[in-house]
Design a protein around this ligand. Sequence first.
Ligand code: NAP
Ligand code: GCO
Length: 266
Amino acid sequence: MNVMESFSLKGKVALITGASYGIGFAIACALHDAGATIVFNDIKQELVDKGLAAYEEKGIKAHGYVCDVTDETAVNALVAQVEKEVGIIDILVNNAGIIKRIPMCEMTADQFRQVIDVDLNAPFICAKAVIPSMIKKGHGKIINICSMMSELGRETVSAYAAAKGGLKMLTKNIASEYGAHNIQCNGIGPGYIATPQTAPLREIQPDGSRHPFDQFILAKTPANRWGNPEDLAAPAVFLASDASNFVNGHILYVDGGILAYIGKQP
Ligand code: NAP
Ligand code: GCO
């Protein structure tokens, strides 16, 4: 087989959670370009509708559903509906995520739980919902969107780092437990990517200068730029395709080198 054919997703159904925009949207577009049928969800119908229009603009006939990924009953119903209306889910991308930037001692337990719920419990719920049919079908791909915070901490992101660190280990455990069923579970660890989630970190200051954190990230990243969601597209196709059938439990960092670099001398 020509090696490029191993990157084809023709005939595959991909569910990307929280993919009306941002990283999930870019990954979904890439999986479509490789041949997959795209299914996505969001919490609100208006966002699903906006997402459908955005996919339509790219010539993609996506299937959009309203579903809160933290709600196990709703996720199980979503998977059953997708299996009926579209087909068995071959590829799951656990992308939906939130962050709350609050100093730990000022964060309430409820706020901490909310982040853990979306960023860690939900990937567990979604993976659990799709694995039985993947086992029956004899193959499956699960891609968990981790983070640099799966490896590093920083002020104000305790819940997020705890969740993303846990997601790294959940990735390795799904790989360990279901690898024998030809299910590969890997992670993508994006660096700092320009999306609505990081917009507050890139706000232009009143004096017109770049946000201090923006300048910090540029100094810490060998590529000397923020990532774009599109930087994650081809790595996602790799992990969603037969090209990665012997890659399991791996976190692929797509970070411009930031995790490898001590940072530019100020
Ligand atoms: P984003 O712009 O905030 O988009 C997050 C998406 O998740 C939104 O569509 C959001 O929908 C959806 N979502 C949130 N809670 C949900 C729930 N309970 N059920 C269903 N959908 C839900 O984030 P992003 O920057 O694209 O990040 C996507 C993923 O990459 C996240 O897991 C994030 O942690 C991770 N990540 C981001 C970066 C970065 O620098 N941007 C770096 C590393 C990792 P609503 O709009 O309805 O809330
Ligand atoms: C932050 C950022 C990061 C990025 C990403 C880095 O406040 O530090 O939001 O957490 O979103 O996770 O990989």
